[in-house]
Design a protein around this ligand. Structure first.
Ligand code: PLP
Length: 392
C-alpha cells in the first residue's frame, strides 16, 4: 500500500484523538525506519521511547517467536514460568539500581496503567488521598494518571478528574515543602521530564525530596517510563542521584516493543491484598519473554554505557551548533532536547525530509530519543543534518 492508500484508510476510522504526521512508517531495523514510499530515516524517536534496543532486534524477535509457539496468555491467577523468571531478573536490576533489599512487582500493559497502580497503591497503603505532582509533568492519559499529568490541554475536556491532586513547580524544593504535609499520600515525579520539554532535576532536589517525604509520611513515586532501561546512561535515572524511591513505574522499552507496564516497590512499604488489583493481560508470558530478552540485550550490548557515551558526545556536538534558532540544548544520556526560539513542527518536517525522524516535546522543544543501539556514524549524520536545517 502507498502513503495515500494507508492514510486515507486509517483516517476513515481513527478517533481523531492523536494528530498524525504525513508519513506511513512500515518497517524498522536497529535504528533505521522505512516509510511506505521506501524512504529511509535515522530513528531519533525510538517510537516515543519504547525502542531502546532498536527495531526487530534478533534476540527479542527470537524470544517472542519461541514464546508465541509455547503459551501466549496465562492470567495472573495462575503461576507461569516466564513470569516467574522475568520477575526475578527484573528484581535483580531494580534492587541493584535503587538500593532496595527486595521488591514486589505488579505487571500491566502500558505506562498509564503503571502509574494508575502506583496511585492506587499509595492511597491503599497510606489511607490518604492527597497527591502532589509537578508542573510540566506527564504521566499518562487514564483518569488517575491524567490527574497527575500537568498540561491543561490534555485534561480540560475530561474534568472533573480525581480529587486531591496538586501541581507544584518542578525542581523547586521550597515550593514542594510548602505543599507536602502529613495529609499527603504521595509525590509523583520524573527524573527528567520528557513530554514536558526535557528538563532534568538536580541531585540536591531529589535528595531533599526524599527527606521531605520521609519526614512527612508520604510515598515517593518516580515515573521512569521514559527515562528507564538505560535511556539516560544509567539503567534507571534515579541512579544519577543515588535516589531510592518508594515506588517506581516503568513501561515503554521494558517490553521490547510489546505492551508492558511495571509498578515496583520494596516490601517494607506493604503490598496489595488478593483481589484488589490486577489485569487480564498484565504479566502475560509473551511480554515477559520479550522483557527478559530486553534485560539480557541491555547487559550484553552494554547499552547503558553506550547511552552515556553517545549521549555525552551528542550533547557536546549539539551545544556547539552555531544556530540562532536554538535557545538551549539540554539532556541526560540519549535523552536530549533542543529548545528552539520558534515552533518545532516545521523543523521536524524538514528533518524528516532529510532522513531524520525526531520528536517534539511541547511546542518549541525538539526531542531526540534514538534507540540506544544507534551507530555513532548515524549520530554524526544527524548532527550534520541538524546543522544544515537549524542554521538555514
Ligand atoms: N509517563 C511518562 C514519563 C511518559 O513519557 C509516558 C508516555 O509518553 C507515560 C507516562 C504514559 O505511558 P503510556 O503512553 O504507555 O500510557
Amino acid at each position: 500500500m502507498n502513503y495515500q492508500q494507508i492514510s486515507d484508510l486509517e483516517s476513515t476510522y481513527n478517533s481523531g484523538g492523536v494528530g498524525r504526521r504525513p508519513v506511513a512508517l512500515v518497517r524498522g531495523k536497529g535504528a533505521r525506519l522505512w516509510d511506505s514510499e521506501g524512504r529511509e530515516y535515522i530513528d531519533c524517536a525510538a517510537a516515543h521511547g519504547w525502542a531502546n534496543v532498536g527495531h526487530s532486534h534478533p534476540k527479542i524477535t527470537a524470544a517472542i517467536q519461541a514464546q508465541l509457539e509455547t503459551l501466549v496468555a496465562a492470567p495472573e491467577a495462575a503461576y507461569n514460568d516466564q513470569r516467574a523468571l522475568w520477575m526475578q531478573e527484573l528484581a535483580q536490576v531494580l534492587q541493584g539500581s535503587l538500593n532496595w533489599p527486595d521488591c514486589h512487582i505488579q505487571p500491566s500493559n502500558s505506562g498509564t496503567e503503571a502509574i494508575e497502580a502506583a496511585l492506587k497503591l499509595a492511597r491503599y497503603l497510606t489511607g490518604k488521598t492527597k497527591i502532589i505532582s509537578t508542573v510540566r509533568g506527564f504521566h499518562g492519559r487514564t483518569m488517575g494518571a491524567l490527574s497527575v499529568t500537568w498540561n491543561p490541554k490534555y485534561k480540560e475536556s475530561f474534568e472533573p478528574l480525581i480529587p486531591g491532586v496538586q501541581h507544584v513547580a518542578y525542581n523547586n524544593i521550597e515550593a514542594m515543602s510548602g505543599l507536602l504535609d502529613n495529609q499527603t499520600a504521595a509525590v509523583v515525579v520524573e527524573i527528567v521530564q520528557g513530554e514536558g520539554g526535557v528538563h532534568a532535576g538536580t541531585t540536591d532536589y531529589f535528595q531533599a525530596l526524599r527527606r521531605l517525604c520521609d519526614e512527612r509520611g508520604a510515598l515517593l513515586i518516580v515515573d521512569e517510563i521514559q527515562t528507564g532501561v538505560g535511556r539516560t546512561g544509567k539503567w534507571l535515572a534515579c541512579e544519577h542521584h543515588q535516589l531510592s524511591p518508594d515506588i517506581i513505574a516503568l513501561a515503554k522499552s521494558i517490553g521490547g516493543g510489546l505492551p508492558m507496564g511495571v509498578t515496583a516497590w520494596p516490601k517494607r512499604i506493604g503490598s496489595f491484598k488478593a483481589g484488589i488489583h490486577g489485569s487480564t493481560f498484565g504479566g502475560n508470558p509473551l511480554a515477559c519473554a520479550a522483557s527478559r530478552a530486553v534485560i539480557q540485550v541491555v547487559a550484553e550490548e552494554k547499552l547503558v554505557e553506550r547511552a552515556a557515551y553517545l549521549g555525552g558526545w551528542l550533547l557536546d556536538e549539539l551545544q556547539a551548533l552555531p544556530s540562532k534558532q536554538i535557545r538551549e540544548v539540554r539532556g541526560l544520556g540519549l535523552m536530549i532536547g533542543l529548545e528552539l526560539k520558534g515552533k518545532v513542527t516545521p523543523v521536524l518536517q524538514t528533518l524528516a525530509e532529510r532522513g531524520v525522524w525526531a520528536l517534539p516535546a511541547g511546542l518549541n522543544v525538539l526531542r531526540l530519543l534514538p534507540p540506544l543501539v544507534i551507530d555513532k556514524t548515524d549520530l554524526e549524520q544527524v548532527v550534520t543534518v541538524m546543522k544544515e536545517v537549524l542554521s538555514a
